[in-house]
Write a protein that binds this ligand. Sequence first.
Ligand code: CTP
Ligand code: CA
Length: 227
Amino acid sequence: LARGTAEADLAGRHVVISAGGTREPLDPVRFLGNRSSGKQGYALARTAAARGARVTLLSANAALADPAGVDVVHVGTAVQLREAVLKAATDADAVVMAAAVADFRPTQYAAGKIKKKDGQEPDPIALTRNPDILAEVAAERPRAGQVVVGFAAETDEVLVNGRAKLRRKGCDLLVVNEVGERKTFGSEENEAVVLGADGSETPVPYGPKEGLADTVWDLVVERIDRG
Ligand code: CTP
Ligand code: CA
């Protein structure tokens, strides 16, 4: 999948990518989070820039250096990520949601650190649903012809669940990974199937996250041109 010379097929295009994982604070020192490293989203940003795009990278808690030539906006929570995505998406040709967005946030934020009390069981943590950013962007399409891409990590019935999720979200492409031992979280490599709303199914063999990123951009370019 190595591309010899980077072709500038995204020149003049603005692409928006979310990366990393949101953190939902409980108190000033604790949060609910997830294991997304941000590496796939950063690989998407680097490869899009190499292909000539103007890139806005919305980075949620990724411990990675800002890629050269990319506008990076750092966010913490799902609510902050939603605001940043909606703002950046207004003139975007493509929006790729590679970030792992927390489905729920603690209903209450404790302004002071939560302390244990002697001989007392802890209080349960009440949770509230977070907004679905991908579904919202896919429904609104702030720019005509915009291509919207989601990611999904699944453990069971990967293709069946992936197809259902693609329809539910209303996006054009859904990159589905099977979560396994050496794959996905924190690793340098990935393996996936990219499902298209048009019924297409593009398998991407196990390999560097750049390879998957380039396949995503190939599919996005086809769809921008079509639209
Ligand atoms: N996503 C989002 N906003 C959310 C949750 C998810 O934008 N509140 C996006 C993710 O960035 C990803 C896609 O939706 O691109 C799929 O995420 P996933 O967690 O697999 O989907 P969910 O609808 O949350 O389904 P599940 O119940 O399986 O977690
Ligand atoms: Ca989820």
